[in-house]
Design a binder for this molecule. Structure first.
Ligand code: ATP
Ligand SMILES: O=C(O)[C@@H](O)C(=O)CO
Length: 453
């Protein structure tokens, strides 16, 4: 039976955690939504990918409880709630309400929370979350279209989402190791603290937390804490991970609905070598033909290499779309279009599809009807390729903020056989090849315009 059952609030977060577990030697299956039947074959960890990050709290709670009940029906005794390393929440939740509901369901006295992700620049010190050394509130997350994060103090953010007491496990205690941390956790519990925000600035701190809090039924946070917990449980049970799956052959494409700064840089880098098409949310809402035109555009180019279709996520474009359509409808229009594009692209022979953005990934997986994946090779920290058997397609679900500028090129190179298109020359970093740069039009500031002929 699985040693650890995980519930992730979005798909990129789920694959991030599943990849981290596999990297640490824990055989992991990821399922999309709550399955009807049992797991087959029995992995050491299972990650249920939900799409609840921005759902109304009652719905997020209900889905998380269903996932938890299914995990327990598979014999799971340790449950990890995976949310974003930037603690993405809507003002009324969902991290607090979901943790409270799971805690009650599992008979747990709350949870230890740690979203820190040192390898991706997210660190937590005295309860304050930093992204690449800047406070969360001064990172790109302050302008997120759905979950703007404007307060870096997680005790305060979580405190507003729950009636339960929230306390801190500070870095000086974590630094003293598992015994000192476990003792402080006992002290906080005796004082009535239910949710503990735990500081962590290095990978080793997550192992300390896993050792200190690993006997609890519920913990919560980012991928590294969950992976450290899974690894500790696997070590204690004396088990080791399984073999890697084989990728399918076919066309390559990227769908980007993420409005993050990292994705914008990645789109610009990709456009120096391959065609890029940008879609406007207002146009998608107004014109039923836009998706079909985009697929025709892709169909004409796919034989020559990968293509990319992105939502226009320049801050002015997002603001215009939100003014015209409202925040929720603007996002839904783009997500629906991305789902239809994914279905259309696979009909055109695409078998290697990179999706940028957690909400966007959820929409794509749902439209494709993907219900479970095996975890394949890692493209960068936090983003593995995943393989679906039905439909047979390789999918990389990239969290908005993850990956270097050449992420999309690296992704296809990671799967290419020697000599296959998409294979990167050693040392190649996405600079324009002679005569190629004209395929995508670029504005002077590095943003990309689509060539919609
Ligand atoms: N022009 C636009 N106007 C309004 N909303 C948009 C626009 N373009 C994209 N969106 C929406 O913004 C949201 C971006 O969220 P998504 O989770 O996909 O990316 P992200 O937040 O960058 O990534 P992650 O959640 O993995 O960190 C999506 O719901 C998408 O539909
Ligand atoms: O933790 C992260 O940053 C990611 O796994 C994520 O949740 C992306 O949506």
């Amino acid at each position: 039976m699985p040693l650890l059952g995980c519930i992730a609030d979005d798909i990129t977060g789920a694959t991030d955690l599943a990849g981290a577990l596999v990297r640490r030697g824990v055989a992991t299956t990821q399922v999309f939504g709550v399955p009807e039947g049992p797991l087959d074959p029995d992995p050491d960890a299972v990650v249920v990918a939900l799409k609840t990050r921005t759902a109304p709290p009652a719905e997020a709670r209900e889905l998380a409880l269903r996932a938890c009940r299914w995990l327990r029906s598979q014999g799971v005794q340790h449950v990890y709630l995976k949310y974003c390393s930037t603690f993405d929440s809507v003002p009324e939740g969902n991290i607090g309400p979901v943790t409270d509901a799971l805690s009650e369901e599992l008979g747990a006295a709350g949870a230890v929370h740690c979203p820190a992700y040192p390898a991706n620049g997210r660190t937590l010190y005295l309860g304050h979350l930093f992204v690449e050394g800047a406070l969360l509130s001064e990172s790109g997350m302050a302008d997120h279209p759905l979950t703007p994060m404007r307060d870096p103090n997680l005790l305060r953010v979580l405190g507003e989402q729950t009636a339960a007491a929230v306390g801190l496990l500070p870095f000086d205690v974590v630094d003293r190791g598992p015994d000192a941390s476990a003792e402080r956790l006992r002290g906080l519990a005796a004082d009535g603290v239910r949710h503990v925000i735990a500081d962590a600035v290095r990978d080793a701190d997550l192992d300390t937390l896993a050792a200190a809090a690993g006997d609890r039924p519920l913990n919560a946070g980012g991928a590294p804490f969950g992976a450290a917990w899974g690894a500790a449980l696997a070590r204690a049970a004396g088990v080791a991970g399984g073999a890697a799956p084989v990728p399918p052959a076919g066309g390559s494409a990227v769908l980007a609905g993420s409005a993050s700064r990292a994705t914008a840089r990645q789109v610009a880098a990709f456009a120096r070598r391959h065609p890029v098409l940008r879609l406007d949310a207002r146009e998608l809402a107004a014109d039923g033909g836009t998706v079909g035109e985009a697929l025709a555009w892709a169909g004409r180019r796919l034989g020559r290499g990968p293509v990319l279709i992105a939502a226009d996520t320049a801050p002015e474009a997002v603001a215009r779309a939100q003014r015209a359509l409202g925040r929720a409808r603007a996002a839904a229009v783009v997500e629906e279009a991305m789902g239809r594009l994914a279905v259309g692209l696979t009909a055109l022979g695409v078998r290697r599809l990179v999706v940028a953005g957690g909400e966007t990934s959820g929409a794509v997986a749902e439209a494709l009807g993907v219900d479970r994946v095996r975890i394949g090779p890692e493209i960068c920290t936090g983003v593995p390729w995943t393989f679906s058997a039905e439909p047979h397609v390789a999918l990389a679900f990239k969290s908005g903020n993850f990956g270097g500028d050449d992420f999309f090129l690296d992704a296809f190179a990671r799967l290419a056989e020697p000599g296959e298109p998409g294979e990167r020359e050693p040392g190649e970093r996405g600079e324009p090849a002679a005569g190629e740069a004209g395929r995508a039009e670029r504005a002077g500031d590095g943003t990309v315009e689509g060539d919609r002929d």
